[in-house]
Design a protein around this ligand. Structure first.
Ligand code: DX5
Ligand code: ZN
Length: 229
């Protein structure tokens, strides 16, 4: 993975056909997705259950680019090696998931992955201030995690504060929740470069009719990039 701050669209397969993940990943990549965002939920840290490392391993061969795995689980540490073995490129843990996020991030990098840290909407930027030299990505939640299709929560001042904190470090700011062509410019302007979108990418399309995926991705990207012109 090379680092740059260009806008990257990361469709969340939480909004895809769960019986057809491989084909859905290939379809959104063919339609212009930059990364594939994979939401792992445990029914404990968040009130919903999705899937675990075995499913990640099964879909990995269907993804050409970056597999971006967002863990909404606690504990994290016992499962890090399993997600490395599954082929995750980026593994993100929540700062709220336990008392030892520092150790968790060390272990993620130690297992050969890029390390991400996620913040819930109620968690301030300062919660990750001491972690700046051990993360590759900061995921700013713009919904309370657990479900797709929720209303965007505006935390643009937190995004801007994180962008300042990052300085010249090669750290991505990823936004997750309620991203669409209306909200993408707000977060891009504040300093985000990776935009996760579930409902807004998959709406109107299917594996057999993937063109809407491409149109949706282009619309989100154009809206985000529009803040620079
Ligand atoms: C929420 C997940 C998100 C979610 C985004 O807990 O982490 O990745 O799928 O879905 P939308 O884009 O529909 O808000
Ligand atoms: Zn997510």
């Amino acid at each position: 993975m090379t680092f740059d701050r260009s806008i990257k669209i990361a469709p969340s397969i939480l909004a895809a056909d769960f019986a057809n993940f491989g084909a859905e990943c290939a379809a959104v990549e063919a339609q212009g997705a930059d990364w594939i965002h994979v939401d792992v939920m445990d029914g404990h840290f968040v009130p919903n259950i999705t899937f675990g490392p075995a499913t990640c391993a099964a879909i990995r061969p269907h993804i050409k680019g970056v597999m971006d795995v967002h863990l909404m689980i606690t504990p994290v540490d016992p499962y890090i090696q399993a997600f490395a073995d599954a082929g995750a490129d980026v593994l993100t843990a929540h700062v709220e998931a336990g008392p030892h996020i520092h150790r968790t991030l060390q272990a993620i990098r130690g297992a050969g992955m890029k390390a991400g840290v996620a913040l819930n909407p109620g968690t301030p930027a300062a919660a990750v201030e001491e972690l700046m030299d051990m993360v590759d990505l900061i995921c700013v939640m713009t919904v309370n995690p657990g479900f797709g299709g929720q209303k965007f929560i505006d935390v643009t001042s937190k995004i801007a504060a994180l962008r300042d904190m990052i300085g010249d470090r090669p750290i991505h700011i990823e936004i997750d929740g309620g991203v669409d062509p209306n909200t993408a410019p707000l977060v891009a302007k504040a300093g985000a470069d990776v935009l996760v979108a579930g409902s807004a990418v998959f709406k109107g399309g299917s594996v057999d009719h993937p063109d809407p995926y491409g149109e949706n991705i282009r619309n989100i990207r154009a809206a985000a990039e529009g803040v620079w012109t």
